[in-house]
Design a protein around this ligand. Sequence first.
Ligand code: C6P
Length: 414
Amino acid sequence: MSQRNLEPLDVASIREEFPILQREFDGQQVVYLDNAATTQTPDPVVDAMSDYYRESNANIHRGIHHLSQEASRLYEEAHDRVAEFIGADGREEVIFTKNTTEGENLVAYAWGLNELGPGDRVVLTEMEHHASLVTWQQIAKQTGADIEYIRVDADGRLDMDHARDLIDDDTAIVSAVHVSNTLGTVNPVSELTDLAHEHDALSFIDGAQAVPNRPVDVAAIDADFYAFSGHKMAGPTGIGVLYGKQDLLEEMEPYLYGGGMIRKVTFEDSTWGDLPWKFEPGTPQIAEAVGLDAAIDWLEEIGMDRIESHEQELARYAYEQLAAEGDVEIYGPEPGPERGGLVSFNLEGVHAHDLTSILNDHTIAVRAGDHCTQPLHDKLGVAASTRASFYVYNTREEIDKLVAALDDARQLFA
Ligand code: C6P
């Protein structure tokens, strides 16, 4: 196993690659702490995409001309790069989607709609994002399958005894979030996958908040499906990834139909092309694939181990500073390996939307709301929370600014 490199990051020089972080509103430099929603994009990624448009732009897999061949090669190589990055066997297991949400829908419709029926069980967790929760709810309604939720305990962790009770021989799929976008909890996804496999069920892991922030090896997790988004990992919007084990993807029917995904079409019927193209009909997001490839180069140059430890350190600092305030309620586990780089909280007596708007007066960008985890917020007994989420370019000083700005909210709402 390769040695983990945990040397501290040179955050100052990393920040130079993000002109957006120098922006000012009302004379105050932006403090960007909304990275779980979307991360900023470094110059090399923007350059790779604009170089593509300036020099290589063409449609793929259709033209015999030089530009089309070049664009096709870049697009295909981006699949190889992703496969290598997440430990997949090859490009056949890497489907480019629009985002994590589309990956969830692809599996739910292409696999779930065909395979599930009355008596089958879909096991989710109480901390699922709506991308998974709402999608499986709809599939369950259409197929008559049941949904059960693994409980979240008082510390914001999954109750694994409950998981062992729920995952049984009726279970067809376990769909779990790797890192919660609200609680920050890092879930034991290998254990959940093992439990699913012990009962001949499949596992789908939502890696939207994991792949950007820590080393992820889908083969080590043994996940059957794993999804994430480019825009949360220093890449562009409009591209996501669905990893799937090749044999499963081979067996599945396509989700969307059209050009580019077929082998033979007659007036009567059609057959499907090879993986992964079978699941990528129409003109795909070519420039975005080039951008995602560049984002992976950029992340790997820094090192995913170092990114993970930088974020954990920031999460620990933010947690401790906020907890020391006395009137702040924080959700999710204590800092440590089981918490990713975000902290959701409420300030006593101040609605999360008001607090977020006051923080915006200081040009501090955080997110307020239920973060697409409404049932989890119901369980926490709050309508909304404020969330600060960190990335490779954030600093302790930015967290200090956030904590100092809480005083304004106290004064206004006292
Ligand atoms: N969470 C957040 O602010 P998309 O939008 O498809 O790229 O990602 C959906 C998604 C799925 N799972 C998890 C765990 C997520 O965090 C997200 C996106 C954003 O928390 C937008 S709601």
